[in-house]
Design a protein around this ligand. Sequence first.
Ligand code: C2E
Ligand code: MG
Ligand code: MG
Ligand code: MG
Length: 279
Amino acid sequence: MQLAKQEGRGHAFYKPAKRAESNRILLLSELRHALNHDQFVLHYQPKIHLPDGRVTGFEALLRWRHPEHGLMPPAEFITAIEFSDLIHPVTLWVLENAVEQCKAWQVQGFDISIAVNISARNLVNVELPERLREVLERHKLAPASLELEITESAIMRDPGRALDVLERIHQIGVRIAIDDFGTGHSSLAYLQKLPVDNLKIDRSFIKEMLQSNETMTIVTSIIALAHYLQINVTAEGVENNDILRRVSRMRCDYAQGYQIARPMPAEDVGPWLDKHLPR
Ligand code: C2E
Ligand code: MG
Ligand code: MG
Ligand code: MG
């Protein structure tokens, strides 16, 4: 009887799982099509240097111009890509376009850098450092103008291999940022070993810090820890002026968020920079 019951349960789970699997396969083939038919597009969100308020760079954020559903945010599709080998060509596409775009803005006279998000699976690709070097060389962008954003959990998936790949990337001169810091399985021991230039404090802490003393303590500690390790700190998800003023007083180095600007299409960046960053 016990067995029959278990079988019954197993059966009930089997069907939706199977449906989910075939949906995933369908989504993946749509995404492969999207990559080959120019349906991906990058939006760019600025980052400012808090001590002087200057715009120092932009983060490239992926969007899918879906033929039926319109512009789709990464939450709708990035996980499917990240769990398949499609992440390799997609990341290369993002890098190629972001690097080319950053170079174009620099040629127009704007002194800015570009940040690109990298997935766990990218970090176990031993060819990534070489591909990066090629992209930078092709577009004649200084390696220091590029920053890669990686989450702690992506690094902790295979810390040994990630450390090796990140070190080779850092040797090229590309900068490394830890994204969404504080949310993953953080290992302070690794933080010291990794070639990290920038810690981005997760927006959940930034959003809550004025309402919660505990969260405020966490943010204060992260800033102190980063500075002690000689790492820059960015507050992400700065949504209002109170938070902006506060993180600035707390000696956070950079800030990003809707209070400064929402991610925007490439064509809006030039006019936005003309207003915010004199050439
Ligand atoms: P992320 O790298 O942490 O990027 C920040 C996300 O927070 C972006 O969402 C941005 O639009 C949003 N954001 C910025 N400021 C604020 C704010 O003040 N308030 C709130 N509520 N949100 C804010 P987006 O563009 O939807 O991207 C979500 C995530 O998707 C990214 O988080 C990143 O993990 C992933 N992603 C985006 N583009 C790529 C990509 O090219 N490759 C990979 N592998 N992942 C990407
Ligand atoms: Mg990011
Ligand atoms: Mg983030
Ligand atoms: Mg995030």
